[in-house]
Design a binder for this molecule. Structure first.
Ligand SMILES: [Ca+2]
Ligand SMILES: [Ca+2]
Ligand SMILES: [Ca+2]
Length: 466
């Protein structure tokens, strides 16, 4: 302590000569004059006089001239900045004579109205932190050099940035349209997100669990700020998609703003390529129309486009045979009538009779044979069960499991459907007798059309199953 007191006396002596000494220790400015009266009885190891510039010279040098401004300054990034408490980095060319630097932020180039000159150390780059920047507007940064003689003019970093630390609102999925195929997702529709600054786009992913990414990883929907619906399609918009049939999928959606902030993620209800129109109907799809199903499940044949009747007799019917304009539009062969124009259910000659057994439930198939345009029985139909599809039932007896539900015509001994032995048609509905009424898959003309419901003038025949 003796040596300490000696140093302090030298300060007092200097004071007597008119010097004012300020020492900085541990980050605190200490007016040593104010401490003089305490010298005799305090122990203050924090003041090291040897570190005070000029303390041993006994005279002050004139202040140096202020340094020149840094020759250049630059922002590490211009444009959107996903923070309002930090700035982008600003860097500069070291200025001769500088002992340290200061940076500022303003709403105009060179401005200090947002963050006034703030110490930036003695290096050549700095990022502000712990500040509160206004969001969404152009902000500009400047740097100046400082020494004990003053400060340089400002060097303005070219360009500007916009702070945005606020995420967009989450989109709200309002509908999911059941229209997936092997290469297309269901269509999701949503209420647009909003952002405090600028909404940029949406990102989406698909998984077999809610929020999952195992089907489609998180991918940006390009140029999509104004979008409110989207259907992911393989090889479109950077997406790669292969949908597995008979498996639930979930589509996730999030919005992003221009700064890259993401909203919370929302997830759709489940969607899938169903096996049958009845499964879709049971899942809540109530609109008749064209859909893709995979009637033999995730393996075997590829999914196929079908027409679903969601209203007749409680709905859920898959059209498996549709023959229009029978008078002039016969099948070329019985083989054609077994399976024709798969995937094109609106064609004048459409048949997936080969797939009927894929629609079995509890060991039997529910069928509906319909004549939409008559003239004999317009829009009337036969509605029944039998154990197997008609291609699996030989002619000669009532098909096993035949069980009528609603039958409009018993002409010529209707019994359900079986393979016909007649050269004119593939399938018929008089399995236990020699007639071939209720013909399906005609290759020869019969009178003005088909022998169908109660006559021979029917020009369109449809078979539906569920
Ligand atoms: Ca924002
Ligand atoms: Ca399949
Ligand atoms: Ca017969």
């Amino acid at each position: 302590m003796a040596s300490k007191k000696t140093y302090m006396r030298s300060i007092v002596t200097s004071t007597a000569l008119g010097l004012v000494l300020i020492a900085s220790s541990c980050g605190r400015d200490i007016n040593l004059l104010g401490d003089v009266g305490d010298i005799g009885d305090q122990e203050d190891p924090t003041v090291d006089i040897s570190a005070i510039p000029g303390s041993t010279s006994g005279a002050s040098a004139p202040p140096p001239p202020p340094p020149l401004a840094p020759a250049s300054a630059a922002l590490s990034a211009t444009g959107w900045h996903a923070s309002n408490s930090t700035s982008p980095g600003v860097s500069w060319a070291p200025a001769s004579g500088a002992s340290r630097y200061e940076v500022s932020v303003g709403t105009v180039a060179g401005g200090v109205d947002v963050v006034d000159w703030t110490s930036a150390g003695s290096g050549s780059s700095f990022s502000l932190s712990g500040v509160s920047l206004p969001e969404c507007i152009d902000l500009y940064m400047s740097v100046r050099a400082v020494n004990s003689g003053g400060s340089s003019p400002a060097a303005m970093a070219p360009g500007s940035f916009k702070a945005d630390a606020t995420a967009p609102s989450a989109p709200v999925i309002t509908a999911i349209t059941q229209d997936p195929t092997a290469t297309k997702s269901a269509t999701i529709t949503w209420t647009a997100s909003t952002d405090n600054c600028e909404l940029s786009n949406y990102r989406t992913n698909v998984g077999t669990t809610s929020g999952g990414v195992d089907v489609v990883p998180v991918t940006t929907i390009p140029s999509s700020a104004a979008m409110t619906s989207y259907q992911i399609e393989d090889s479109i918009d950077s997406f790669s998609l292969s949908v597995t049939s008979d498996t639930d999928n979930y589509t996730s959606l999030m919005a992003r703003d221009a700064a890259g902030n993401s909203s919370t993620t929302v997830v759709s209800s489940a969607w899938r390529i169903y096996k049958t129109c009845l499964e879709m109907h049971t899942a809540g799809v109530v609109a008749s129309g064209l859909y893709t199903i995979d009637s033999d499940g995730s393996t075997g044949n590829a999914p196929h486009r079908v027409s679903c009747d969601m209203t007749t007799a409680s709905g859920g019917w898959t059209v498996v045979f549709d023959h229009k304009d029978i008078t002039t539009n016969l099948f070329a062969s019985k083989a054609d009538a077994r399976e024709f124009n798969v995937g094109d259910p609106l064609n004048n000659r459409y048949s997936i009779l080969t797939k009927v057994n894929e629609f079995k439930r509890a060991g039997r198939v529910e069928m509906l044979l319909r004549w939409p345009v008559g003239p004999a029985c317009t829009n009337s139909f036969q509605h029944w069960f039998q154990n197997d599809g008609p291609l699996s039932v030989p002619h000669g007896a009532v098909p096993p499991g035949y069980s009528p539900v609603s039958i409009n015509s018993n002409q010529s001994g209707w019994t359900g459907l079986c393979v016909s032995t007649n050269i004119a048609t593939l399938v018929e509905g008089n399995c236990a007798n020699t007639q071939w009424w209720y013909a399906i898959g005609q290759v020869n003309r019969f009178g003005p059309g088909a022998p169908g419901c109660g006559g021979s003038g029917d020009t369109q025949t449809q078979l539906l199953v569920r």
